[in-house]
Every structure is written in C-alpha cells, then in structure tokens.
Design a protein. Structure first.
Length: 304
C-alpha cells in the first residue's frame, strides 16, 4: 500500500491554465478590445513567434457533458483566424496595469477594460521525481502558461500531517474553484487525456536529495472531493521507467505544493514548514481536519 500511495507520474499531458510553449524568452502580452490576446516571444532557436489566443475565460466545474474552457490558438499571429498577413501589426493593446491577486511564477499580467485579467506564468512543471536529475528530454522545461479570468483564483488547501501511525510525514489537501472540488474523471496518460484533471506537484526543500528545492512527487486530485494525500516515504524500488532512486525519505525543511488552475485560470501554490517530532495531540487535530476534507476517501486511508 505504501508504494502505491507514493508513486505518481513525473510527467503528464499538458494541462492548464494553458500551456502555449516551452523554453522561450523576451515574452510580451497584449490584449485588444475584441478580447484577443497576442503573445509575442522568442523561441530557443531564436525564432520570433506571435500567438493569437481567444475564446476562453475562467473555468467550469467538472462535468462530463460540459466542455472545459480552452483557448483557441493561432500561432501565425492572426493569419489562421482572419487570413490576413500581418494581422498582428494592426493589434492595438488596451490592457492596462494588472490589478488582480498576487501570482506565483509570474512573467507578465494585465487587466482589461472589462475587468478581466490576463497573465503569463512560467515554471518547470515536468521534473523527475525523488530528487533525480533530468533523464528524459521533457524534464525541467520551462513551460509558458496563459490564463484569463474574472474572479478569485482557485483555492489550494494544504496541511502537513503525520502518516502511517506517526512514523512518516506527509501532506494532504484539496483543490477548489468557486467552492467546488476540482477534478477529472480519469487519470491522464499518453494515451488518454481529460481536460478537467489536475495534478498537484510536491517539492521538498533541503532534504536528503540535496540542497534546494527538489521534486518528490505528483498526485492527481481525486474524483468527487478534489483531494490528494502524500507521504514523504522511501521507495523500495524505482517507479516504472526510472533509473535507481534514493531509498530515503524526501522530507525536507519545507514543502511546496503547486497546481495548475482549472480551465484557463492561473496556477497556484502553497508552501509550509515540516513538522517536528511526533505530537499525538497535534496529530489528532490534523486527523480531524483530514476527516473533514477527505473522510471516506479510500485512496487516502493510510495517509491519515
């Protein structure tokens, strides 16, 4: 059970906010009066790319019958949508200074005249687990994510916890949007996708893996409650497709949980300190919170 609880995918299909490219620089954002965004940037090979994005805002709750919010994307800068060469040259920005909530991994953001916000964020979402160095081509890429929203951000609730009878430490929590759980209906793989699914990515600071932040695991939020649970536990064998991994606990001085916003809302993050020695009274309080968030979640029983 411990192995099953701790192994998670290190890399999954791109879920968003919305991933628009990787490893880019010189990023600029403009928004016109029609609600189109023009993202201009330079790729690693020096090529300048102009991306036109439109047609999405906020998110919808998990519903098999209702499509999730997704941008329409035209990487030709308007030719694909309008059949006009140089459409981007006529693009008039009306987006003003950003007035929305604080953002993690921010590149640039602005607030449009209609009160909606646009933002670009960039971070290394796909990393090898267990503190390993990159061993696949997609590891450690800096993804560029675009978002467009009108209200509060999604809420990422996170608590530390003692697990497995107080022998280990971990974290648990849930992802909510407008008070409703955020989840998909199937775990994304290379063969199947689910635009509602969301992973949370779990990093550890100054652990047995070495100094600085290291990726320890990733968990998909659970159907029904939008919850997740995780223990910083040593693995007896590597995950499928991995080289050897350190057989140590990844618990560090602090933990950091990052999630991609539902629909086209921004990515969010929570950070906290590790727990000290086992404290039965404090553990009872954590267990009460655990039961209120994840009570009845069979996948998390051992993590209580």
């Amino acid at each position: 059970m411990l192995v099953a609880a701790c192994v998670a995918a290190g890399a999954g299909p791109a879920l968003a906010s919305q991933t628009i490219d990787r490893n880019v620089n010189d990023v600029r954002l403009a928004v016109n009066a029609k609600g189109e965004a023009l993202v201009t940037y330079k790729r690693a090979n020096g090529q300048v790319r102009r991306l036109l994005a439109w047609g999405a805002v906020d998110a919808v709750g998990p519903d098999r019958a209702v499509p999730q919010q997704r941008f329409k994307l035209d990487y030709s800068g308007g030719w694909g949508k309008y059949r006009k060469l140089g459409y981007w040259r006529t693009f008039k920005n009306v987006c003003g200074p950003y007035t929305g909530p604080g953002l993690v991994h921010g590149v640039t953001a602005c607030t449009a005249p209609d009160g909606t916000h646009w933002a670009l964020q960039s971070w290394q979402r796909i990393q090898p687990l267990r503190g390993l160095a990159a061993f696949l081509p997609g590891h450690m890429a800096w993804e560029l994510h675009l978002s467009h929203w009108s209200g509060p951000l999604a809420a990422l609730e996170v608590s530390p916890n003692w697990t497995y009878g107080g022998t280990l430490q971990g974290v648990f929590g849930r992802l909510l949007y407008e008070g409703r759980p955020v989840h998909g209906f199937k775990t994304p793989t290379k063969a199947q996708s689910d635009p509602n699914s969301r992973y949370v990515y779990i990093d550890t600071l100054n652990s047995a893996y070495g100094p600085g932040w290291k990726r320890d695991g990733a968990k998909v939020t659970h159907v029904g409650n939008g919850g997740f649970c995780y223990s910083f536990a040593p693995l007896p064998r590597p995950p499928h497709g991995y080289p050897e991994v350190p057989t140590v606990s990844g618990k560090g001085e602090r933990h950091r949980i990052t999630g991609m916003g539902p629909g086209v809302t921004p990515d969010i993050q929570r950070e906290g300190a590790a727990l000290g020695p086992y404290d039965p009274e404090a553990d009872r309080a954590f267990n009460e919170l655990f039961d209120s968030l994840l009570g009845g979640d069979d996948a998390c029983k051992a993590e209580r």
